[in-house]
Design a protein around this ligand. Sequence first.
Ligand code: F6R
Length: 269
Amino acid sequence: MNPSQSARSTERAGQRVCVFSDHHQACAAAADWIALSVRENTERRGRAVLGLATGATPLPVYSRLIELHRLGRFSTEHVSTYNLDEYYPISPLDPLSYRAYMHLNLFQHLDLPANRTHLLDGTTPEEFVDDHCKQYDRWIEAEGGLDLQLLGIGRNGHIGFNEPTDLGEPRAMALPTRRIPLHPTTRQDAVREFGSIDQVPTHALTLGIQPILAARSILILAFGSSKREAVQAALTGPATSRVPASLLRHSAERVVWMIDDSCAEGWCD
Ligand code: F6R
């Protein structure tokens, strides 16, 4: 697949890196990539299974998918979605929940059957969280795995809410879906939505690194100077559990990075 004629394409740590002059172009290319993956997988096996991300980064991707749907060029009739993460605890009716974000910014605008949009549930009683997370991994396995996982990256190199850890590479790569304490940088970044640090949840539920790496295709987006250091570390530094995105190189042939000039400046010119 050719992500876009307007991108320059290079390779870092075995992974394809497409650099766009601005993030709107990158997001349009990402939406086309997702639409193509849905079409191909639906034709091949009757359905497509998407892993989706939230946050600021994918919003223009979702707007473009909605536009493609309105133009009759993108249908999700045979699609299942699994989101990466959810705050814990949080009600799905809380406007700051990722369930609410997905409904507002994508799901309500598409032809997705309601029982095919899955998010980890921030209302799960604490004693059942482990079961709930295991069940989420089982659901994805029962669907035949994720055809495409869409990712953003945190300023600290996290993917999903798999935060930096000293566990070491092999153990980090085996991390399943689970409840985690949020890293101080992640909580600080969430102040922009929650208003103050006291309002930001201390924990979240996240898809594990293992199921992320198992996706048949991984599309990771990073824009702007605030992501530069994390992306540079992930793509030019060592593979380490301290920079979770650096572990993507273990699925290198299935990973595409779409970044903008501002993120690439100084290390991927
Ligand atoms: C969101 C997620 C996170 C974000 C990351 C970047 O579902 O899993 O890893 O992708 O924190 O967030 P933004 O896009 O807001 O900069």
